[in-house]
Design a protein around this ligand. Structure first.
Ligand code: CP
Length: 332
């Protein structure tokens, strides 16, 4: 594996999940793989889970880890080509990425969208340039439009909390009985947030649905449709109650409008997930990528209940990252 930007970089979801769960059983089984290899984790935005889980995964594989928080510790980066750098930016991404490639065998990058210009954000130009100029395998720690390590984690967590068997002859996960109904629901927020997590979750769940692993439903208010390429094959509805009926997993997330790009066009608090709403589900497990604002996005009564698996989900970030880094190291 030379890059991990999206679900398209995974050949088999079943085998990827199995690899992650194998690492969870034996975290240090592959510690020789990363000996004398270095990963650089580059953050242009804040992080708790991505930073610590990827660092831990790399250490489990015997790697050296360097973390660079660009906004507090690095030079201000220029990302555009052909500009005279007489403003506030001190270093061009061309040199910065190339230099990091000199120090590291694998690089990770987090860079959020500006949420001003959809075409610019969805071009993923910054990621493309970073990958090109560093010349090393790059893992997305969340880009403008996707958060694949989170979505991989989410699939692992769903598999762990439902009845699947791994058929080792066909190398496929097989749900025992009916497939789980997985619902992605929009929730209110006071800030305009990126679409990266819901885009990515939807993309992974659509693929999982195509591979016979889940049934997938997306629900959001009018005006919050995700870009179509991420939801192909999903059932999409603006009726949250209808979507939640018989759900086995409810994935809660706010996102800003794609149609009215980067704007908050709905503040309807009734979209917050409560225990009352969960009555209609199949005793659903509740998921969120975190951080989550209590009693705005999800009611505390839900987060503090048996429904919530958000902490176990965050714990699985390590195994998703470890499965990806294992594949990258095997190719080195
Ligand atoms: N879910 C997630 O990516 O968390 P952080 O932003 O804290 O890394």
């Amino acid at each position: 594996m030379k890059q991990f930007f999206s679900v398209n970089d995974i050949t088999s979801l079943s085998q990827a999940v199995q690899s992650a769960l194998t690492s969870k059983q034996s975290p240090f089984a592959d510690e020789a793989l990363g000996k004398h290899k270095t990963i650089g984790l580059v953050f242009l935005n804040p992080s708790l889970r991505t930073r610590m889980s990827t660092q831990k995964a790399a250490m489990n594989l015997g790697m050296n880890v360097m973390v660079m928080n660009m906004t507090s510790d690095g030079w201000a980066l220029e990302t555009k080509d052909g500009v005279v750098m007489d403003g506030n930016t001190a270093e061009h991404i061309k040199e910065a990425a190339a230099v990091m490639g000199e120090y590291c065998d694998i690089l990770g990058l987090r860079s959020f969208p500006g949420l001003k210009d959809a075409d610019e954000d969805y071009s993923e130009e910054l990621f493309g340039k970073f990958a090109k100029y560093c010349g090393k395998p790059v893992v997305s720690l969340e880009s403008a439009t996707r958060h694949p390590l989170q979505s991989f984690t989410d699939l692992i967590t769903i598999v762990e909390h439902f009845d699947y068997q791994y058929d080792s002859v066909q190398e496929k996960l097989v749900p025992q009985g009916k497939k789980p109904k997985v619902v992605l629901t929009w929730a209110p927020h006071v800030k305009a947030l990126p679409q990266a997590v819901p885009n990515s979750f939807a993309e992974w769940m659509c693929r999982a649905q195509a591979e016979g692993l889940v049934d997938f439903v997306v629900t959001h208010p009018e005006g919050y449709a995700l870009k179509e390429e991420f939801t192909t094959g999903a059932t999409v509805t603006t009726n949250q109650d209808e979507a939640l009926a018989d759900a086995d997993f409810v994935y809660v997330k706010n996102w800003s409008s794609y149609e009215d790009y980067g704007q908050i066009t709905c503040t309807d608090k009734s979209w917050m997930l409560t225990l009352d709403k969960l009555e209609a589900t199949n005793n659903a497990k509740v998921m969120h990528c975190l951080p989550v604002r209590r009693d705005l996005v999800i009611a505390s009564e839900v987060l503090d209940s048996e429904h919530s698996i958000v902490v176990q989900e965050a714990g699985n970030r390590v195994w998703a990252a470890q499965a990806v880094l294992k594949e990258m190291l095997k190719n080195q």
